[in-house]
Write a protein that binds this ligand. Structure first.
Ligand SMILES: [Zn+2]
Length: 356
């Protein structure tokens, strides 16, 4: 456990739901954990009891990726846990493959409705058609313009154009729109949507005041910092600023809120974690600023500043998006200025060094 994590409280200790099983974290709120074939090896999903007019049913929050093992584990949960009651609704916090992947399968099986933000629904539809920002020629050119020149890395980015569709082969043909501050009645209790930006196009967290629960999705995670990247489709995005502003929207929630994150364990200590995330990014931004005061840096140049550990090829390509996000945060704030060098690479230098 990191020293930062020790400042958080994990009320369930080391308990984890077994694959294909559930763990009740609050009355009527069940935790499922599905494997992922990444360094980040699992995702948490939530199953909420949802009785309507005396008829027993369920609402799922997030789905896991579409692969045989996740289907198998879901099927075990459905057979054992739902007791024949229908799955009415599938809520998806955001469009990333580990959250939306099996949405089509769950909705088809139960004639359940998909609930997601309009923005993420549209982005997911496009991404299943291979028009995503995770890979392909556009992404390769974008990273090249930020200093990534190694041919093997660029080839890997190009090859990733099927990355999304491989895990989300299709998206349900209809959806219900989730919006900020929208209230959903689930099992007679009110869950309020809280929108968040910078990680996904329009992420929705869900807060339920009666039991003091926050389904935080990927916006607040207890152990790792949320991936905040800039992609080629929105090349001048200021996603780190958006992310930091978004997590502050959770500050008015009570300090004893039980946060149910998409990765890691349920925890109490939301405000501590928000402060840690701000401190983490403030330190990284300061280091990037110092590096750019020495010499004009590309995003590729600041990788060793941001990531102290050696990065393999796969990690390098993902880290590039995060490096651009940090540089853009400083650039949009007027702390850095940028120029394109003779090779077409964006280089960032201290805005104070010479007048604009
Ligand atoms: Zn995500």
């Amino acid at each position: 456990m990191t020293p930062q994590e020790q400042r958080l409280h994990y009320p369930l200790g080391d308990q984890l739901p077994a694959p294909g099983d559930t763990l009740e974290v609050a009355p009527g709120v069940f935790w499922l954990r599905m494997g992922l074939p990444f360094a980040l090896d699992h995702i948490n999903l939530w199953l909420l009891r949802d009785e309507r007019d005396g008829v027993m049913g369920w609402t799922a929050v997030d789905c896991g990726i579409d692969n045989p093992l996740t289907r198998q584990h879901w099927q075990a949960v459905l057979d054992k846990h739902l007791q024949g009651a229908p799955l009415w609704r599938v809520i998806v916090t955001h469009m990333h493959p580990d959250h939306l992947g099996l949405g089509h399968w769950l909705c088809d099986q139960w004639q359940a409705t998909l609930w997601i933000s309009f923005t993420d629904y549209q982005a997911a539809q496009l991404a299943t058609l291979h028009r995503d920002s995770f890979g392909g020629e556009g992404a390769a050119q974008f990273f090249q313009s930020h200093g990534l020149h190694d041919p093997a890395s660029l080839d890997q980015v190009r090859a990733r154009s099927t990355y999304y569709a491989g895990m989300v082969p299709q998206v349900p043909s209809q959806f219900h729109r989730l919006q900020d501050k929208q209230k959903l009645l689930i099992n007679g209790q009110t869950w309020q949507c809280i929108s968040g930006y910078g990680h996904a196009p329009e992420h929705m967290a869900l807060y339920q005041a009666e039991q003091g629960l926050l389904i935080s999705g990927d916006m607040v995670l207890p152990r790792i910092s949320t991936n905040v990247s800039v992609y080629d489709a929105e090349p001048e995005a200021d996603n780190l600023r958006l992310f930091l502003e978004s997590i502050d929207k959770f500050k008015p929630l009570p300090s004893d809120t039980l946060t149910l994150p998409s990765h890691g364990k349920p925890f109490v200590g939301l405000h501590e974690r928000i402060a840690q995330l701000h401190a983490h990014h403030r330190d990284r931004l300061e280091e990037v600023l110092q590096a750019c005061a020495q010499t004009a840096c590309s995003a590729h140049d600041v990788l060793p500043v941001l990531f102290k550990r050696p990065l393999d090829l796969h990690q390098t390509t993902f880290a590039m998006g995060e490096a651009v996000a940090h540089l853009h945060c400083l650039w949009h704030a007027g702390r850095l200025k940028r120029m394109q060098d003779a090779q077409g690479v964006w280089r960032f230098t201290s805005a104070a060094a010479s007048p604009l």
